[in-house]
Design a binder for this molecule. Structure first.
Ligand SMILES: [Mg+2]
Length: 99
């Protein structure tokens, strides 16, 4: 099973192969907003606010698009998401255990 480090490496290799590692950080962030909009549209369908039929597979694909861009942006800034995830999780656990 791939971990975050593996996924970041996979994205890095893929982006370098096609020259997409040169994408500007601001463009990546804009694409992330676009993907979040696509996710929101699926959720609005799920909640019945939009009349189009909800499709779980479409939601899964949009979430994965956003994950790809998150990994890509992290690579752009040389951020180790696995390490950050572990730090964040420790903070969450401490915060939650105080309640
Ligand atoms: Mg998408």
């Amino acid at each position: 099973m791939a971990n975050l480090t593996d996924l970041q490496k996979q994205v890095s290799e893929y982006d370098k192969k096609y020259g997409w590692d040169k994408d500007k950080a601001s463009h990546i962030a804009l694409h992330m907003s676009e993907e979040l909009g696509e996710i929101s549209r699926r959720i609005l369908r799920f909640d019945g606010y939009k009349i189009e039929k909800f499709d779980k597979k479409e939601l899964a694909e949009e979430l994965t698009d956003l994950l790809y861009l998150t990994l890509k942006l992290a690579n752009k800034f040389d951020i180790d998401l696995k390490g950050e995830w572990n730090s964040m999780w420790d903070r969450y656990e401490k915060k939650t255990s105080r309640k």
